[in-house]
Design a protein around this ligand. Structure first.
Ligand code: PEP
Ligand code: MN
Length: 346
C-alpha cells in the first residue's frame, strides 16, 4: 500500500500516517518527493485495510500495489532510479555505463592490461571475477582474495570502478570492501540469505537474472535487497537456457523494455554470457542499447585464446574498441551518451 500525501500536507500529517501504519503492525517508509510525499507500507503479505489511513488529515489517496513486488515497482515509484557511482558516473539516467574486463582475474599483468585497454576504449567500470561460480568443481575457481587486491590496484592505476561477484554471505564484507558494485551471479539470484546480506552491504548491487528465472522472479529477488534498505540495485539480463545449442544462452532483449515498464530500477545487458560467442557479442550489445539498456557488461581479455574462463565469448581489446565506436553512434541516435571516464573530456 502506498499513501500519497496532499501537496500541502504538514510534517505532522506525514508523521501521523507513519505512526498509524506502525500501530497497525507494519513498517512505514516515508519518501519525500518534489511535488509531495508518499509513505509506503511494507511488511504485509496480502491486502491491508486502508480505511484507517485514508481518513487521516493530509492524505490525498491510498494506492494498492497490485504486483507481488512493491518497492521495485513503477507503481511504487514512477520516476526511474538513477544510481550515482563512486566516480560520479550515473546509471539509470541518460548516460550508458559500459563495464568491461575479463571473466576472471588471472594475474596482475592480465588484469592491468585488460584495465588499460577497456579504459582506453571508453569503459568506466572494470569487471573481473575473484570468486568464480563454475559449473565444474575442477574448473578454475578464481584467485579469491588475491584477485580483490589486484582489482584494487587496477582501480588505483586507471580510475576505473570495480564490479566483482560475491558468492557467499560470509564473503560479502570482504568483497564490498573493495568493490564499487557487488555482483550477484545468475546462479545465486535466488539465494535469499545472500540477497538479504547484500541488502545491508552499503554498496550498489548488480543482480544478474537467473538462467531459468522469469522477469517477476528477478524483480522479487531485487525486492529482497531493497527490503533490507539498499535502494541501489542494477538489474542485469544475461541470457536464459534455451533449447538451441547454437548459442550458449538465449539472450532475452525483450526483458529490457519489459523491466523498464514494470520497474524503476536500471537494467544492464550482458551479451557475453547471453550468447557465449565472441562474434555475437557486438551485434547483441548494439541491440540491447537500442532496446533501452542502461549499460552493458562485456567480457574483454588481452588474449582470449589463453583465458582461464569464458575465452570463447571474450572480445580482444581491438574488437572491444570497434564495438564501442558503434555503441557511441547508437547512443547518439537515441538521445543518450556513453558515460565518460572521470578525468576524460566529453
Ligand atoms: C560472470 O559474470 O562471469 C558470470 C559468472 O556470470 P553469470 O552469473 O551471469 O553466469
Ligand atoms: Mn564469465
Amino acid at each position: 500500500m502506498l499513501v500519497v500525501m496532499r501537496h500541502d500536507a504538514s510534517p505532522e500529517d506525514v508523521q501521523r500516517v507513519v505512526t498509524t501504519i506502525e500501530e497497525m503492525g507494519y513498517e512505514a517508509r516515508p519518501m519525500p518527493g518534489r511535488q509531495r510525499t508518499t509513505v509506503g507500507l511494507v511488511g504485509n503479505d496480502g491486502r491491508v485495510d486502508g480505511a484507517r489511513v485514508q481518513a487521516l488529515p493530509g492524505v490525498a489517496e491510498v494506492i494498492f500495489v497490485t504486483k507481488p513486488y512493491k518497492q521495485v515497482s513503477r507503481e511504487w515509484k514512477p520516476e526511474s532510479t538513477v544510481i550515482r557511482l563512486a566516480n560520479g558516473v550515473t546509471i539509470g539516467g541518460p548516460e550508458v555505463v559500459v563495464m568491461a574486463g575479463p571473466c576472471s582475474v588471472e594475474s596482475e599483468s592480465q588484469i592491468m592490461a585488460a584495465a588499460e585497454a577497456v579504459r582506453a576504449a571508453g569503459a568506466t567500470v572494470l569487471r573481473g571475477g575473484a570468486f568464480k561460480p563454475r559449473s565444474s568443481p575442477y574448473s578454475f575457481q578464481g584467485l579469491g582474495r588475491e584477485a580483490l587486491r589486484l582489482l584494487a590496484r587496477a582501480r588505483e592505476a586507471t580510475g576505473l570502478l570495480i564490479v566483482t561477484e560475491a558468492m557467499d554471505p560470509d564473503q560479502v564484507d570482504e568483497v564490498a570492501d573493495i568493490a564499487d558494485i557487488v555482483q550477484i551471479g545468475a546462479r545465486n539470484m535466488q539465494n535469499y540469505t545472500l540477497l538479504r546480506r547484500v541488502g545491508r552491504c552499503g554498496k550498489p548491487v548488480l543482480l544478474k537474472r537467473g538462467m531459468a528465472a522469469t522477469v517477476q522472479d528477478l524483480l522479487l529477488s531485487a525486492e529482497y535487497i531493497l527490503a533490507e534498505g539498499n535502494p541501489d540495485v542494477i538489474l542485469c539480463e544475461r541470457g536464459l537456457r534455451g533449447f538451441d545449442t547454437v548459442t550458449r544462452n538465449l539472450f532475452d532483449v525483450t526483458a529490457i523494455p519489459v523491466v523498464h515498464h514494470l520497474s524503476h530500477l536500471p537494467i544492464v545487458a550482458d551479451p557475453s554470457h547471453g550468447t557465449g560467442r565472441r562474434d555475437l557479442v557486438p551485434p547483441m550489445a548494439r541491440a540491447a542499447l537500442a532496446a533501452g539498456a542502461d549499460g552493458l557488461i562485456i567480457e574483454v581479455h588481452p588474449a582470449p585464446e589463453r583465458a582461464l574462463s569464458d575465452g570463447a565469448q571474450s572480445l580482444d581489446p581491438a574488437e572491444f574498441a570497434g564495438m564501442m565506436q558503434d555503441l557511441g553512434r547508437i547512443a547518439d541516435a537515441i538521445g543518450r551518451s556513453l558515460a565518460v571516464p572521470a578525468g576524460a573530456s566529453k
